[in-house]
Design a protein around this ligand. Sequence first.
Ligand code: RM4
Ligand code: MN
Ligand code: MN
Length: 414
Amino acid sequence: MTNHKAAYDLLAESLTKQGLDVEAIKTALKAQRIETPSWGYANSGTRFKAFPWPGAAVTTRQKLDDAAMVHKMTGIAPSVALHIPWDRPEDDDYEGMRQYAEAQGITIGAINPNVFQDEAYRLGSLGNPDPGIQEKALDHLLECCQIMSKVNSDILSLWFADGTNYAGQDSLRDRKRRFEAGLRMVYERLPSNSRMLIEYKFFEPAFYSTDIPDWGTAYAWSLKLGPQAQVLVDLGHHAQGVNIEQIVAFLLDEGRLGGFHFNNRKYADDDLIVGSVNPYELFLIYNELTTAAQSSDQTVSETAKNVAYMIDQSHNVEGKLAPMILSVLNCQEAYAKSLLTPRAKLARAQAAGEVLAAHQLLTEAYRADVRPLLAQVREEIGAPADPIAAYWASGYEEKIRRERGVTATSGGYQ
Ligand code: RM4
Ligand code: MN
Ligand code: MN
């Protein structure tokens, strides 16, 4: 018996008394999945300095090893997103890369094309006024569709750095049209049974306009493109005070929420550990997802069940694997709390206009200490009850520090 057991028994008893089905909650928690990003294991920094982290991954194999370790510690992170060309294999052997991942016990998840780091992209990629550069970007995006088939990925995750810095720099309407034409060509070449997720961001690196500034633009384009196109919500890409859970609810209801890039922000695209600044917001987001997954409306519940939960973080001062483990655990905790919301009671309070009662029903779920429940779930799936402690005790961090050492960085990523 581990030391969480007594606390778990008490919690299970109290949840049962509240009318909750503890076994069903545990089953849901065991089915939860969070994808980690390959770039989160490499060195990264701010635009001022990238401080190299001892043991940070350099090669894609090392990143896959690290992702596999995070999965081993948490039991719920069995896939890793790749960024191309950062993760292009030296020998171009993508099948070999997939096999290597599978041999480590993980699979390859979303493919993220990179059309922002080449010299050519100074004025954008698909939105660039130069047709030659639009074509270069398009070629890369289509190459990524082929890579998806080689690595068995069913998600093309699109983020564009495109935009303008000055009023008058380019025609806003022409840029829109270029983007629509480019996205259409990519959409037509998507592997069957796969999805294209369109990520929005209202600032940076362009600051006067970005070509996909908000969820409304991404949503409008996904509607125009077809059912394989959906919206990706990156928690760091909103203005201060935006109600993200409302965006999530809207997109779920319309069948167009495709996935998340989880992180946390204080000011902008800070890419901090998800749930570290505003765990309540994360809970409220999960609450929308859980409510939708349990909905009797089939489009809504199917959409919720297909959401791709991905982390998009870069840890600059706090290490690499331990903060990634913590990020996964924070998602797990938020999800667990969302499963405790008494939905039938809440619906009754809402219908009766009982504002405070409804609010309290929700906040009571948020306040519950679910840690013993999570320790129990982990133990039942064969993961360590305390993943971070287990990680430090595993010797993995010492091993990668010793074997990989410190790699010089240039700035930005890698
Ligand atoms: C962007 C965006 C993308 C990510 C890059 C590295 O802000 O979040 O998803 O791939 O950063
Ligand atoms: Mn992102
Ligand atoms: Mn971002």
